[in-house]
Ligand binder design. Structure first.
Ligand code: HEM
Length: 518
């Protein structure tokens, strides 16, 4: 029976990651801390005290000037920044998107906030965000620059994105994973309260493994367990103060070591003409073209794991929380797929408009990537009457970049009838048929739009329907539906810590493995 049984406890969604607000803010506030710290270290040992004070005053003065001058020059509205700290004291660092959304109500669809001395232009509301990302794709369509797909620009990004899209298409149909997840839930947790994070993260990580390495792992495999744990840890601590100052290297090293070991094994066993997964395709292609950039492979794999595991898993967990909170939506008259006892398949989606609407509404309300990825402006641009300068790297004290506030799109009061409530009717017409909504933009828009959208949608549909077809999700014992809290904890994505109770609808768990052909 269950080895992973957890004590029933209050299913509150607690902010369980106190130091990790989004990367965005912490990187900047930590940049200030780190620079000051570094400065103090140097000063303490090599500069006499009066010079130290003088230097400190100069730094302070320069930052103040840069902040005030930049504001005057560009004239976008926004709250008044403090020297060095900018608007950090006004922003809820655990949920910065909430503050930014509130500020957008005062300052409109284009405004500026300062995170430390870095200037961030915030684009808010469906109309402004879409216009910037789609109509001004050239100017706003670059991601803040590092390497890999997520953070690359220019030719290197184009090549990697094209390559990943082609390979994701080839392997995206490897979606048998829900069988493994259902079996795991059934055997280990049925009738118990359990944390949904573990099985769901295993399932989504295994999908990326199948695509990337060409193989799935057993949930009990110690290497796999370690990999998932490390991936989660690095998502949790990305941007945390301690990581920025000290242990950043060790987290990255842990993560890339696993990837390097696995890719080395694939390289050693590579058979030309047999492409087991994305890594093989990359190796074969690069061999042919004799191109450098081997390092990009590690980054690409690491990016796909980071982008493709946590996001889909968090959305699914939101779905289960919402089902536990609104039990009437779970049943056969609600989202449960009415397809008999057979396995749901992708083609069923068009015949299940209500289920489809529930999944879309879950994504809208969950608002998983509330501030998208930070973008840079590739050139000076005048947007909605405001002059926005070409971006300077945020590693400089006067750095500047842009944030597309997806929260403000998904909760846009002029687009959604009841933006703050879980209302699947947002996606249904009066005949109960599914309708697409333009302001449904959890994957962002434009040329940097999520590369895994198709895969994520397929995963969400198959996992969600398979789960509610076979299980009933309820709050843990002693907790009422009303007490289930929908306040998210924030890491890079809006996560939650959900303990929920699961009941298998059938009589015999062991029959599941035969039915699912595991
Ligand atoms: C529900 C699940 C997901 C959500 C809500 C989501 C959301 C996003 C968002 C908002 C962006 C930023 C777009 C921009 O900068 O404008 C993004 C980028 C990206 N996502 Fe996803 N994503 C999800 C699942 C996935 C999956 C499963 C994969 C991998 C297979 C993936 C891979 C990527 C990549 C590689 C990028 C960077 C694209 C580029 O820079 O060209 N995502 N995603």
């Amino acid at each position: 029976m269950s080895t992973n049984k957890v004590e029933p406890q209050r299913a509150e969604v607690t902010p369980n990651r106190p130091q990790s607000s989004t990367c965005l803010c912490v990187i900047n506030s930590n940049l200030v801390t780190e620079t000051l710290w570094h400065f103090l270290e140097i000063s303490t040992f090599s500069v006499p005290p009066p010079c130290w004070l003088l230097l400190f005053s100069c730094l302070f003065f320069i930052s103040y000037l840069s902040v005030t001058f930049l504001r005057k020059e560009e004239g976008t509205p926004g709250p008044r920044p403090l020297p060095l700290l900018g608007n950090l004291l006004q922003i809820d660092l655990k949920r910065p998107y909430k503050t930014l959304y509130e500020l957008s109500k005062t300052y409109g669809s284009v405004f500026t906030v300062y995170l430390g001395t870095n200037k961030v232009v915030v684009l808010a509301g469906y109309e402004a965000v879409r216009e910037a990302l789609v109509n001004y794709a050239e100017e706003f369509g670059e991601i803040l620059c590092f390497v890999g797909i997520l953070f690359a620009n220019g030719e290197s990004w184009k090549e990697l994105r094209r390559f990943a899209l082609t390979t994701l298409k080839d392997f995206g149909m490897v979606i048998e994973e829900h069988k493994g997840m259902i079996f795991f839930l059934c055997i280990n947790f049925t009738g118990n309260a359990f944390d949904t994070a573990l099985p769901i993260n295993y399932a989504t990580a295994n999908i990326i493994s199948s695509i990337v390495y060409g193989t799935r792992f057993d949930y009990g495999d110690p290497v796999f367990k370690r990999m998932v744990k490390r991936a989660n840890q690095s998502i949790c601590v990305t941007g945390s103060a301690s990581v920025q100052v000290g242990s950043k290297h060790s987290v990255k090293k842990n993560r890339t070591e696993d990837i390097k070991n696995l890719t080395k094994h694939l390289k050693d066993t590579l058979e030309p003409g047999l492409c087991r997964g994305l890594v093989d395709c990359f190796l074969i292609r690069k061999q042919k073209e004799e191109v450098r950039q081997y390092e990009n492979l590690t980054f690409t794999v690491s990016n796909l794991f980071a982008a493709g595991t946590d996001t889909t898993a968090a959305t699914l967990r939101w779905g289960l929380l919402l089902m536990a909170k609104y039990p009437h939506i779970q049943g056969p008259r609600g989202a449960e797929p009415v397809v008999g006892s057979r396995q749901v398949c992708v083609d069923d989606r068009k015949n299940l408009p209500y289920t489809d609407a529930v999944i879309h509404e879950t994504q809208r309300l969950a608002n998983i990537v509330p501030m998208s990825l930070p973008h840079q402006t590739s050139q000076d641009v005048t947007f909605k009457g405001y002059f926005i300068k070409k971006s300077i790297s945020p590693w400089f004290p006067t750095g500047n970049y842009c944030v597309s506030l997806l929260t403000s799109v998904l909760y846009d009061e002029s687009e959604w009838e009841s933006p703050r409530t879980f209302n699947p009717s947002h996606f249904l017409d009066k005949n109960g048929q599914f309708v697409k909504r333009d302001a449904f933009m959890p994957f962002s828009a434009g040329r940097r739009m999520c590369l895994g959208e198709g895969l994520a949608k397929m995963e969400l549909f198959l996992f969600f329907t398979s789960l509610i077809q076979r299980f009933r999700f309820t709050p843990p014992p002693g907790i009422t539906e009303d007490e289930l809290d929908l306040t998210p904890a924030v890491g890079f994505t809006t996560l939650l810590h959900l303990i929920c109770c699961v009941r298998f609808k059938g009589n015999d768990c062991s029959a599941v493995s035969d039915k699912l052909e595991i």
